[in-house]
Design a binder for this molecule. Structure first.
Ligand code: ATR
Length: 275
């Protein structure tokens, strides 16, 4: 008997993950045999879990916090973009026992922007990024790759922004956190990659008076879906794109490789995941 293909999201904690809803919805929508589950895995159990999954019919995995960086050491092949970002979120378990690791966060970010702000031109001007954590890394790599002429980066802890500049190069300009509001006047697009504004986290407090109408503004926070940051940007005449789409789009490459169908991200998908 051939087993149905299974995929899993591993992390700790994992109960909040929307990935099972997303992939289960796509499996049903395209009438594909398969299963997608969530598995809580501690750091100590990561190696053992990865070794045992293929024998249980798993063809791949999504990886979330805190394993995105450490999982790289178990991969036999790491894509260039995952190597550049220094983290992986998508694994494929190959028939020969090897593990292929990719990072689709930057892809998800760009695909969400292209869908939500189709007229945005990467060459139009500088991109301003708030925050310098793991999500910022993926977004910086994606924006630089797309040809954005300059990335203006500000983070509460400045040394982290300086470290990203040292790593990713000359197109990045670092600005002190106290001047994060003022840097927005030069931006053709603005991204919040901090946790500010997320339910349970502190409020978003960067002043937005310098935002110019027509600027493309996006938030990686999707809980709540409409953050105060996005509301304020919209009131200032900006084009806003919420963060849920990044999560949905980053799931596309994995689903296609595991289950053999490139799934669509549309209103029905959003509704299914939010239900
Ligand atoms: P992720 O991988 O999702 O990016 P992270 O690596 O923990 O998560 O990064 C969180 C980001 O939110 C960081 O840029 C962090 O700033 P610091 O590097 O100074 O910690 C930012 N952040 C979190 N809480 C913040 C706050 N109260 N004010 C400003 N920035 C905050």
């Amino acid at each position: 008997m051939t087993q149905i293909p299974r995929a899993v999201v591993i992390g700790n904690p994992i109960s909040h993950s929307l990935s099972p809803k997303l992939h289960s919805y796509w499996l049903k929508r395209y009438d594909l045999p398969g299963e997608y589950i969530a598995l809580q895995v501690t750091k100590d159990d990561l190696a053992k879990t990865l070794r045992s999954l293929p024998d249980q019919g798993f063809v791949g995995a999504n990886v979330t916090l805190p394993h995105k960086v450490s999982v790289m050491q178990f991969a036999d092949h790491v894509t260039d973009r995952a190597t550049l970002i220094g983290a992986a979120n998508t694994l494929i378990f190959k028939k020969d026992g090897g593990i292929f690791a990719d990072n689709t966060d930057g892809y998800g970010f760009m695909a969400n922007l292209r869908q939500g702000a189709p007229d945005w031109d990467p060459m139009a001007g500088p991109a301003a990024i708030l925050g310098a954590g793991g999500a910022a890394r993926a977004i910086i790599v994606a924006l630089a790759d797309a040809g954005v002429p300059e990335i203006i980066l500000s983070n509460r802890t400045r040394v982290k922004a300086d470290a990203l500049k040292a790593e990713f190069g000359a197109r990045i300009r670092v600005v002190d956190w106290v001047h994060a509001g003022a840097m927005l006047k030069d931006a053709a697009m603005v991204v919040n990659t901090t946790s500010l504004g997320m339910t349970g986290a502190q409020d978003f407090k960067v002043p937005l008076d310098a935002l110019r109408p027509g600027t493309v503004v996006t938030d990686i926070v999707y809980n709540p879906l409409r953050t105060k940051f996005l509301d304020a940007a919209e009131a200032a005449g900006c084009i806003t794109v919420d963060g849920l789409g990044m999560l949905l789009h980053q799931g596309v490459p994995g689903f296609e490789r595991w289950f053999g169908k490139r799934p669509e991200v549309d209103e029905d998908t959003r509704r299914a995941v939010l239900a």
